[in-house]
Design a protein around this ligand. Structure first.
Ligand SMILES: [Zn+2]
Length: 121
């Protein structure tokens, strides 16, 4: 029984591309100088610091929103500091910036809208 060798035909330009790819792969990453390494490290720690600050900021806001009654004080007591945003169909508190959507927090949404004095519902 004759065994047939399977031959693959590759064009010269494809062969060239393949060789270039192989050479690219084989090339080692250049050694970083000490200054470059230090720069890289400081950039990384700066990114980390920024991310931590952002997290802390988000946590503070979350707490503000949790404790905010979204109601006004003083002579406006009994009315909400939330306003209705028609094109987005939500209420936003002007004190804590919390966004209340009717499909996510229907009870709170109705309460705020009722207290806003602008209810059309
Ligand atoms: Zn609020």
């Amino acid at each position: 029984m004759a065994t047939q060798e399977s031959n693959v035909t590759v064009s010269v330009s494809t062969m060239k591309d393949m060789l270039i790819e192989v050479l690219k792969e084989a090339r080692k990453a250049p050694e970083l100088t000490e200054a470059e390494l230090a720069e890289l490290e400081s950039a990384q720690s700066m990114r980390k610091e920024r991310a931590e600050l952002e997290l802390a900021r988000m946590e503070t806001r979350r707490q503000e929103q949790e404790y905010c009654t979204h109601m006004r004080q003083g002579i406006y007591a009994g009315t909400t500091s939330a306003v209705y945003v028609e094109n987005g169909n939500y209420m936003i508190c002007q004190q804590c910036q919390k966004i209340v959507r009717p499909d996510q927090e229907p009870a709170l949404f109705r309460r705020l809208q009722g207290a806003s004095g602008t209810s059309n519902f």
